[in-house]
Design a protein around this ligand. Structure first.
Ligand code: ADP
Ligand code: MG
Length: 438
């Protein structure tokens, strides 16, 4: 084996970084994505669940076509002006490096004049310590001109985290970019956000609709998840025992980050730190330890999501969210329709008025309620967004029911109980709500 083929397991399985070594192509998305990237003047909105693979895809596809990019990651509370300043800051680096901008001499002269203005304005902004006011030269037009001259594209990650007012300005900025594209055909802005936010941003400006490609990055199909395992195993010269592979696919439930995490932990537990010199097989005990580790390290966030799901804003006659969530727990693994859930509720809480449960179900799919549920549009079934949240919920309700007969008691669920639920679930067969794929 060549020493350059020797990879660390951390480079292969990357639960918190864009995938490189264990990358699987998203065939269903590639054509549309490449088309949109190559079409002059076409701006992009890429959206999907957190962890569905947006950043990874951009890194692979967009950056293959574009030599340069500036990426601004939006965080909550950021003003649009800060976003723009951050973009100018990043342009700084490669415009000054030189060589990257292959333009005529007069272009270069224009750009350096503009750049001198921008630098001065940036200083002024820093000195004024204002987060709201941009100096006159730091306009979106000038940003667009610089981005265009540098043949770069502007990537805005997680734009959904901005407040509505800032988002509206963002929509205007994208329009500006498109207008500038007449002079700089390569100019491109890409906004990356959460599910449901694409339409929101485009809706701010009717005119934009035709000039924007909206591309959804759905959760992965089981075959794609399986592809990650195969790709990673090949790089490390290992194999995953069939039941181990199947369990990982099942637990991942369409979320590639979970797949990477379980593979990584299972490898580490089996003592696989780098590409093996002779083939090795990853067996069940390594997976069990990986699952335990996953639950332990994720328990805070799982608990947090669950707490948000059943939080009561005010005391009502019924603890609506708990009742609805408990019904989903009693439903089969692949979920249940509103009608089926109504019958389950009629059994556990006979007097409960079921006509509102649709509203609570929808709400449980939003971030505000921990995004604990998902819905399969085709079958109309609601199901837990991942097997870990299901196991946690089940352990919680089992616990609450056995101690006080109601879900009023609200203490954290022991990790042991969650793991016991997971084992039970594994024995039951498949957790396979059909994740929609393109
Ligand atoms: N095409 C892919 N092939 C393999 N792994 C992927 C792929 N896309 C994403 N991943 C993995 O999934 C996780 C989330 O990916 P990321 O691109 O950060 O998602 P998002 O930006 O949508 O939140 C990471 O662990 C990443 O390594
Ligand atoms: Mg991302």
């Amino acid at each position: 084996m060549n020493s350059s083929d020797l990879l660390s397991v951390y480079d292969v399985f990357t639960p918190s970084m864009p995938a490189r070594e264990a990358f699987v192509e998203r065939e269903a998305l590639n054509d549309r994505l490449i088309d949109a990237i190559r079409t002059p003047g076409k701006q992009l909105i890429i959206y999907g669940h957190s962890g569905s693979g947006k950043t990874t895809l951009i890194e692979r596809k967009l950056f293959e076509v574009y030599e340069h990019h500036i990426t601004v990651s939006c965080v909550k509370g950021m003003t649009f002006e800060q976003v723009v300043l951050d973009a100018f800051d990043q342009l700084d680096a490669f415009l000054l490096v030189g060589g990257s901008v292959q333009q005529s001499a007069s272009w270069n002269a224009q750009i350096s004049t503009l750049w001198a203005q921008v630098s001065a304005a940036k200083m002024a902004m820093v000195e004024a310590r204002s987060e709201r006011v941009l100096p006159p030269q730091l306009t979106v037009q000038n940003l667009a001109r610089l981005v265009g001259a540098a043949k770069a594209c502007w990537v805005l990650e997680d734009f959904h985290k901005l407040d509505p007012e800032e988002k509206e300005k963002l929509a205007q900025a994208m329009k500006m970019f498109m207008d500038t594209a007449r002079n700089y055909p390569a100019i491109k802005a890409v906004a990356v956000g959460a599910v449901g936010t694409a339409r929101e941003v485009v809706a701010y400006d009717q005119e934009m609709r035709n000039r924007v490609a909206e591309i959804e990055v759905p959760l992965m199909s089981d075959a794609e998840i399986s592809g990650i395992i195969t790709a990673g195993a090949k790089k490390l010269r290992i194999t995953f025992e069939k039941p181990v592979r199947e369990s990982i696919v099942k637990f991942s439930n369409g979320i590639p980050a979970i797949c990477h995490q379980l593979c990584l932990s299972a490898c580490l537990s089996a003592g696989v730190g780098v590409t093996q010199s002779s083939p090795r097989e990853i067996r069940k005990p390594s997976l069990e330890s990986a699952v335990r580790e996953f639950v332990e390290s994720a328990s805070d966030s799982i608990r947090d999501r669950f707490d948000r799901a059943i939080r009561r804003e005010r005391v009502r006659k019924y603890d609506n969210y708990s009742i609805v969530l408990r019904a989903v727990c009693e439903a089969p693994l692949e979920g249940a329709t509103i009608g089926e859930l109504s019958s389950i509720i009629a059994r556990i809480e006979p007097d409960y008025p079921v006509n509102n449960i649709g509203r609570y179900l929808e709400s449980l799919m939003t971030d505000g309620r921990g995004a604990v549920l998902r819905k399969d549009q085709a079958s109309g079934k609601y199901f837990h967004s991942d097997p870990f949240i299901r196991s946690y919920s089940q352990a919680f309700f089992r616990d609450a029911m056995s101690t006080s007969g109601s879900s009023e008691k609200h203490s954290a669920v022991a990790i042991e109980d969650v793991i016991r639920e997971i084992e039970r679930m594994l024995e039951q067969g498949s957790f396979k709500p059909k994740v929609r794929s393109l």
